[in-house]
Design a protein around this ligand. Structure first.
Ligand code: BEZ
Length: 254
């Protein structure tokens, strides 16, 4: 049972603004130049798309969430609803950029082929997503609390957090030259209670639990995590690990 995940722009802004706020390192790795034609893959409500536009780039954003695309459109951005595995572009972009999205895409090879087709020769693919071990403790608590209810929690994991070796090999099989790829431990302070994070990012675990059942489940996960992830000041710190890479589609040999 994979993810049933929806994105509400208001809830996202409240519980997840830190995701784009922490996008500076991958933007720096992209090193966008004015006038470059860039695809923002998984643009969400367009927070980082806007930054690229401000830097003088010509940017198109795509996202699978109609609600997020609507929010980005309202911010004046050029965006459309499209799946990353079936991008409708052929050799048009100087760069494809993505922040905090690829871990939702389990069909990674189809997505990489789609990105490859969208890039012109010499174009680059620069991205950051959750990497191997990301939210390990949160995921374990979510799975275990479902298993105590006789539900297969592992079958509900909506994320794919690859190792450097796995994703590097996938990129190379898709034809990319990998210039850099690394895993980075990034414990991440949350803007509020862990429950807000769970309700925003872990919806597939909540499927079929309603009312008091859902409340009891969330409380059980929260209690299990509190000693590990809540500090002495009451700040929740999620156990994030990032995978960050820069890869290139080689220019055609003549
Ligand atoms: C993220 O947006 O980076 C993220 C989302 C869900 C789980 C882990 C990371």
């Amino acid at each position: 049972m994979p993810a049933v995940q929806s994105w509400d722009p208001t809830t996202y802004a409240r519980n997840a603004r830190f995701v784009s706020d922490l996008g500076s390192p991958v933007l720096a790795l992209l090193a966008p130049r004015p006038d470059e034609h860039i695809l923002d893959l998984g643009c969400g409500d367009g927070a980082l798309t806007s930054k690229l536009v401000e830097l003088g780039c010509k940017v198109v954003g795509i996202d699978s969430s109609a609600a997020q695309v609507e929010a980005a459109k309202n911010a004046g951005l050029e965006v459309c609803v499209t799946n990353a595995e079936a991008l409708p572009f052929s050799e048009v972009f100087d760069a494809v950029f993505s922040n905090a999205v690829l871990h939702w895409i389990k069909q990674a090879d189809a997505m990489l082929a789609s990105v490859w087709r969208s890039l012109r020769g010499g174009g680059r693919f620069v991205a950051e997503c959750g990497g191997h071990g990301c939210v390990h403790r949160i995921q374990a608590a979510l799975v275990q609390a479902l298993e105590r209810r006789g539900i297969d929690g592992r079958a509900r994991i909506p994320w794919y957090f690859p190792t450097v070796e796995d994703y590097g090999a996938r990129l190379e099989r898709a034809g990319f030259q990998v210039d850099s790829i690394m895993l980075i431990d990034r414990p991440t302070p949350l803007p509020g209670d862990i429950t807000g994070w769970l309700e925003t990012f872990a919806q597939s675990f909540l499927q079929g639990l309603s009312g008091s059942e859902r409340q009891a489940y969330l409380e059980e996960v929260r209690s299990a995590l509190k000693p590990e992830l809540c500090d002495a000041n009451g700040v929740w710190i999620a156990d994030y690990v990032r995978l960050r890479f820069s890869a290139k589609k080689p220019a055609e040999q003549r």
